[in-house]
Design a protein around this ligand. Sequence first.
Ligand code: PMP
Length: 373
Amino acid sequence: MKGYFDHNATTPLHPAAHDAWLRASEKHWHNPSSLYRDAGLASQQLESARERLGTLIGAEAERIVFTSGATESNNALFASLPADALVVISAIEHPSVREAARSRNVVELPVNAAGVVAVGELQKVIDSKRTALVSVMAANNESGAMQPWSEMAAICREHGVLFHTDAAQWIGKLDAANLGDCDFITGSAHKFGGSKGCGFLVLPSEDSRLGFIRGGPQEHGRRAGTENYPAIEAMVTVLESITPHLTEIERMQSALRDAFIAEMRAHFDPLRVISELAPRLWNTVLMVMPEHDNLKWLTRLSRRGFSISTGSACSSGKEGSSVVVTALGASVAELKRVVRISSGWETTAADWQALATAFVEVYEELNRGGRPQ
Ligand code: PMP
């Protein structure tokens, strides 16, 4: 995994998740909704996983609905709002929030020069009588900039307005114990060592309804379809095993990331690091390279064994499509030079150094106009 610097797109399956998945699949593969003893045991395990997840994210288990991932969670949430609902979202939300919100009346909060939604912007537009929901992500998937979700949740509470945070990039990187203060929380297992196609949506209360996927009584009638218990068990197990180490990981990994930025600056001028002045995830660097299109960087680094991204994976293939850099008002030329690096829990100083060295080699190759190696 040495050259893998695209953890914000997805992460490799963690050994703890792998083992938990296998154990659950071998022992508790029965349908939790069936009525015999073995099915009852599977159902008990599922409910125990819900309790354990609730403890990790500070939310009562009854509020948690397991889903197929963050995209489904975000769509399910917006689909549950009345058609004429007024919703407030930020300008840097993931497309699964932006596009799902589009079917409602949307007010968009701008970001400041650091790529952060200022709390004052929410104060300006929130309207106790009209606003149905405010949705601001916990940490941005492209820049890693942390958003003031906790303060915003408090403002919403004062106004009696519901608050949602898409925490797909926060969970597994930073402590999640206070996320339960938000009315709605989105999470996705494959962003933190779990398997793809598994995630959750936290609702305000046990009584909250959700009818996005119908046709069965599962998840207390809120999300139909046989529960993917092995993937859920894997997701919860990996989060339990990593959570006690997150403070130390943040301390060590942000120092490695900053050393990488310093090393890059020694070779590239100007090098613009987006949201550099904002509190950021310890693993993310979104940069505008001084020269050459991002796809040229990406393909040449890939040939050397390094995986990076040009923005969010969901919009890759569309060159120059960074939502964040667009929201910051960058030129088209700058947008084409955006690259995103995102490391993992176990990325080492040597891995970062090798990446910086590869950037320098690619730069020399591009400037020679030579053919890629
Ligand atoms: N929200 C955010 C902030 C994300 O980073 C992603 C993944 N790029 C998603 C939602 C979608 O997640 P999933 O793959 O679980 O549908």
